[in-house]
Design a protein around this ligand. Structure first.
Ligand code: NAD
Ligand code: TDX
Length: 341
């Protein structure tokens, strides 16, 4: 079996590459990544010489290149992680989100059709369902929840999901879609909440909490997500959507305070800044379908996972310090300079 894993130099894609090489030695993995600001080749250094692994640099939206790659490699399975993934960037610059997330997905779907890929899997997000109110904790996202997006990012992910479903219905392409809640763990890019707060707390820098810090996210340790995707590929029903998440809800303030506590830092590092535009209030997944159909349950609780994650960031400082020392510095100034306290 030969897999194409797109976006494999990013956070979840790299963890998925490691998962497959470790647990499915019979699978050949070709990782395609454009190495945007979020893709980091050093993340893949331990698998670069693995006999079942190959890295290819390229853009999922480049039709000629994608056609040639599919023609040469004859993939059995495509797992599409490649995306612009940061909500705040989508508010500043929506165009690249449509280019990569929508047109890039379409390009991969066309090639998957032409070269008879046996399964196309789209890695999507719970953000396509919009948000839930803070005062009704009994509500959860199911696979039947209507698509109702808030940000250009989530709109672009919803657009790609709809295209994937259309290619299944219209052309019979064998597809599956997974919609996952917030991931955290090793190799998470330090623009996202958890690694941003860990790296800044370690440097005794202010921790910018949007609004009042009341928004709720349902946190999933990245390895649990990778395992779920593999179960969907091997046992999931073609044409279906599976939600992935595990009842690990926390307010942002709880998350930030936990990180400060674990690092022995004081809460006066917290600074409340202008809220994100259109900020989704609460995400919470009902994982009944994947649990009952495929037997998946998350193995790592938030309390364990956050400890493991902090340990990883402490032991792998060169990985994130290199990112913080480059172009990212301009990003932080541009994005947070305008927020004020
Ligand atoms: P990430 O930003 O860390 O990684 C994205 C990767 O895609 C990077 O390596 C980047 O170089 C690559 N890429 C971007 N544009 C590309 C292009 N045009 N062609 C080829 N490669 C390109 O993102 P992530 O957090 O690892 O998310 C991966 C996927 O999972 C995304 O589709 C995202 O929407 C989805 N997702 C993420 C989360 C989360 O909490 N991080 C939750 C649910 C779903
Ligand atoms: O500096 C910050 N301060 C802050 O309060 C940042 C970066 C975030 N936040 C808040 C906003 C959110 O309520 O923390 C929460 C999490 O923010 P992000 O890490 O940006 O994640 P989110 O917007 O929830 O989206 C994530 O989960 C769903 C991923 O980035 C998406 O790719 C995924 O689809």
């Amino acid at each position: 079996m030969k897999y194409l894993v797109t976006g494999g130099a990013g956070f979840i894609g790299s963890n998925y590459v490691f998962y497959v090489l470790k647990h499915r030695p019979e699978i050949e993995v070709v990782c395609l990544d454009a190495l945007t600001y979020a893709g980091n080749l050093s993340t893949l250094k331990d698998v670069m010489d693995h006999p079942q692994f190959k890295f290819v640099k390229g853009d999922i939206a480049d039709r000629d290149f994608i056609d040639q790659l599919f023609s040469e490699e004859q993939f059995d399975v495509v797992v599409n992680f490649a995306a612009e993934s940061h909500v705040d960037r989508s508010i500043e610059n929506p165009g690249i989100f449509l280019q990569t997330n929508v047109l890039g997905t379409q390009t991969l779907l066309d090639a998957s059709r032409k070269y008879n890929v046996k399964r196309y899997h789209q890695v999507s997000t719970d953000e396509v369902y919009g948000d839930l109110p803070l005062d009704q904790p009994e509500l959860f996202f199911t696979e039947e929840t209507p698509i109702h997006t808030s940000s250009p990012y989530s709109a672009s992910k919803a657009g790609s999901d709809l295209l994937v479903q259309a290619y299944n219905r219209t052309f019979g392409l064998p597809v599956t879609i997974s919609r996952c809640s917030n991931n955290y763990g090793p190799y998470h890019f330090p623009e996202k909440l958890i690694p941003l707060m860990i790296s800044r707390a370690l440097a005794d820098e202010k921790l910018p909490v949007y609004g009042k810090g009341e928004n709720v996210r349902d946190w999933l340790y990245v390895e649990d997500h990778c395992k779920a995707i593999q179960m969907i590929l091997e046992h999931g029903r073609v044409g279906e959507v599976y939600n992935i998440g595990g009842h690990n809800e926390r307010t942002n303030l709880e998350v930030v305070k936990t990180i400060l506590h674990e690092l022995n830092k004081t809460e006066d590092l917290i600074t409340y800044v202008t809220d994100r535009k259109g900020h989704d209030l609460r995400y919470a997944i009902d994982p009944t379908k994947i649990t009952t159909e495929l037997g998946w349950t998350p193995e790592t609780t938030f309390d364990e996972g956050i400890k493991k994650t902090i340990k990883w960031y402490l032991e792998n400082k060169p990985w994130w310090e290199e990112i913080l020392s480059g172009e990212y510095q301009n990003y932080y100034e541009t994005m947070y300079g305008q927020r004020g306290e």
